[in-house]
Write a protein that binds this ligand. Sequence first.
Ligand code: ADP
Length: 482
Amino acid sequence: MKKKNILFAVSEALPFIKTGGLADVAGTLPYYFDKKKFDVRVILPKYACMKQELKEKLKYKFFTFVDLAWRNQYVGVFEAKINGITFYFIDNEYYFSSDAPYGEIRGDIEKFAYFCRAIFKVLPQLDFKPDLIHCHDWQSALIPVYLKDQFCKEDFYKDTKTLLTIHNLKFQGVYGSDIVEDVLGLSMNYFTEGKIENNGCVNLLKGGLYFADKISTVSETYAEEIRTHEFGEGLNSFVSYREQDLFGIVNGIDYDFFNPETDKAIFENYSLETVKEGKIKNKLALQRELGLFQDENVFTIGIVSRLTDQKGFDLIGAVLDEICQTNIQLIVLGSGENHFEQMFYDLKNRYPDKISITVGYNEELSHKIYAACDGFLMPSRFEPCGLSQLIALRYGTIPIVRKTGGLKDTVIAYSDDEKASNGFSFASYDAYSLIQQIYSAEKLFYENKESWNQLVLRAMKSDSSWNNSAKKYEKIYSQMLK
Ligand code: ADP
């Protein structure tokens, strides 16, 4: 079979730019495909807010112009090769010079409509003819729309297929109908319920879901959940309409980057053989660094997360006072909604020895937390896949999670199957169920060290690498390109 060209079209990818798990996926999955069968490249915007040392790695290739409705916009193209994978960058200072990748929605819609059109414009000049464009979330969901509307008529794109992966159905790229012609450059014929209209608004994700050849999401459970009213974010009927073309593949993590044996960010490296002592050394060092009371025996729970409703912080808020009555420490790293930050600051005032809160994004500290803690809390309201629990498992840190989406698919509950378990989980979204699981974990940690240590080993042995999932994507690509 001739080698197939796959293009990841994405709004963020490691190591260049990251606001969430999407960047981890787009920046790591491409490395895991069989290079004899697939040439996988990545294209993303060249954001001014990328770190200077990364921007210096990009090589200028050429420039051109692209039409976006009545506009004619500059498109610069840059390239970087990282460990054999080619990353292309679309450059336009008008669109990509703000201090974060995403801002207000009207501006974002225009910049990603531009991004999608620019991709079609530059690929022929790059001489990279995509057999399949793998789109991710609403930011690249216009690609299947533009392909069907216009570009499939060009010889270069006539056989191109599209796969759209939903990383989080909550974000859909929604705006009023005035943008259809003026910004997206589409005819008003597209503004119908079967295409890009939803509840009277333009909905870019829906457009992608309608026109993409196949749709995937990041866990099997989430693929089922999004067909329901509870998780469907207003698109459940539409998702169900395409259920024949919808499948779930759980995300993996980069086993080289997240490796307790070699991780330079943590205080002490450890392996399966040395995890017990290794975690204690990491715990004591992190307690010292964060100004917590140093105690190797205290049950320490970590949180590394966006501080939003989705991640279950209202539930956590409801149980905090009660769990602080027991012998625990809670180490939190996150940023997001102000009131959740404040909630942890208040608690820290009341229990200074037990709580540490660091607001902001800090990769190095996140690794230290994964390595030092005994438990990892993630009681999400919904969770398409979740990477944090996978990282926690890799570091032998026991996830305490809600059974939803990818959390359900990757964490086997101690209460369900003691011998196979790698964590604790609960189904019903309520504070009582959460606290029961925290207490169960705490009890096992303090009262049955032998079982706890076995649980840690099973967690570390859980396979959350990309290998299995990359094979599943390969299979889908192959079916689509037959
Ligand atoms: P999300 O819904 O935010 O994408 P995931 O669990 O899929 O959640 O991925 C979150 C990723 O971002 C993980 O790699 C996690 O370690 C990282 N992360 C989240 N918040 C922070 C933070 N404040 N500092 C450092 N890393 C963070």
